[in-house]
Design a protein around this ligand. Structure first.
Ligand code: MG
Length: 385
């Protein structure tokens, strides 16, 4: 059997780490990032975890019990740009990378020990150092023959030196010391059922006959069993998949009925959503807007575009009349957003080679993206008419 080396690269306390990367004074302080309209803890530093702050804890409660902790409001745009930077740096080193979330990616590192002339754990340590130097974001790396074991290894890496490898010869011993609740993918109801049947460790789970696992959990259960035994069942998806829809929404700076404020927000959201669409190499068929009132009622509408597009200048021509249609001057609004859906891959789409204004608009958007990549957001603003 070919021994694969799969890595799970996970940014440590990602939102907190981004806050620290911006503001060094926060290093070594207990800090939490909160988000949502009522404010819940979504990221905790090691110090805050030790003090006992729980994930999802409401801000008012956390503040009362842990007044010494620094609480920061989430800045998602900033976290997104840190994530892009980390993933871009990883892609330079690891050609087969599957980005799974804002702070996690799998990589197939098989044979890279020969390319970089380093044993895998040393290579992982070198990558960690490189990412830290280039982005100021700490990462943990779990190495194993399968994705599921790599995930387990990355959890263990958090409490070791940031790198942890599970070799084929060590699987049995590791599984024996791993509680069934530590395995991601086994839901709570299965865990309950298993412990009832005397299955407490991951090793107990894999020792069950295939038919029993299949009967209880279906084919996914078998997949889980063999991943745990070190078989590379879940292959990396390194090609970019097209998202189902892209939306960009935010709370307005203050409650407003001003149509000009709503228009300028719409242009802003449209640009952000189109930028993401271009990064994903897709075009949208349907564009829609959403307005949420002061008392949380939502008004929304969407339309089919005259032609598929990834260009804010074109899509705005359809969305502004839509905004005028759902806007009511006597209502106070609290948030707004843009939703682009029925996305298609740009690669598979026949470009209109003779439409000069389309070509002009498209090159303008690309130049806009390049400038923002280089000099940051808000370097350019359209003087909308
Ligand atoms: Mg993480």
């Amino acid at each position: 059997m070919k021994e694969y080396v799969i890595a799970l690269i996970d940014c440590d306390s990602f939102f907190v780490s981004c806050e620290r990367a911006i503001n060094n004074h926060l290093n070594h302080q207990p800090i939490c990032v909160v988000t949502g309209e009522n404010g819940c803890v979504v990221s905790r530093s090691k110090e805050a975890k030790i003090m006992g702050v729980k994930m999802g804890m409401p801000l008012f409660m956390a503040k009362k019990i842990f007044p010494a902790v620094v609480y920061k409001n989430a800045q998602h745009e900033i976290y997104k740009s840190f994530s892009n930077k980390v993933m871009h740096n990883l892609q330079q080193i690891l050609p087969n990378l599957e980005i799974v979330s804002i702070d996690e990616a799998y990589a197939d590192m098989t044979s890279l020990d020969k390319v970089y002339k380093m044993p895998y754990p040393l290579l992982a340590k070198w990558i960690r150092k490189k990412i830290w130097q280039n982005t100021s974001i700490p990462i943990s790396i779990g190495l194993a023959p399968s994705k599921l074991l790599a995930k387990l290894a990355s959890d263990k890496a958090k409490s070791t030196e940031g790198v942890f490898q599970i070799k084929i010869s060590e699987i049995q011993q590791i599984l024996k010391s791993t509680d069934i609740t530590e395995i991601s993918g086994i839901g709570r109801s299965y865990t309950k059922k298993m412990t009832y049947n005397g299955i407490f460790t991951a090793w107990d789970f894999v020792c069950q006959p295939d038919q029993i696992i299949k009967k209880q959990m279906g084919i996914m259960g078998l997949d889980l069993k063999y991943e745990l035994l070190g078989y590379y069942m879940r292959h990396l998806e390194t090609h970019q998949t097209i998202p189902q829809s892209i939306q960009d929404t935010s709370v307005l700076p203050c409650f407003t009925s001003d149509i000009n404020v709503l228009k300028s927000q719409l242009y802003y959201h449209l640009h952000q959503a189109c930028r993401r669409m271009r990064k994903n190499g897709c075009l949208c068929t349907i564009a829609g807007i959403m307005l949420r009132t002061k008392d949380f009622t939502i008004f929304s509408d969407k339309l089919k575009l005259p032609c598929v597009s990834d260009c804010e200048l074109e899509i705005a021509q359809s969305l502004i009349p839509l905004l005028n249609k759902i806007y009511q001057p006597n209502i106070l609004y609290r948030s707004s957003g843009v939703i682009l859906s029925e996305l298609v891959s740009k690669q598979n789409y026949q470009q209109d080679l003779f439409n000069q204004s389309k070509i002009k608009n498209s090159s303008l958007s690309q130049a806009w993206d390049l400038l923002e990549d280089k000099f940051g957001k808000n370097i350019l603003k359209k003087g909308w008419i």
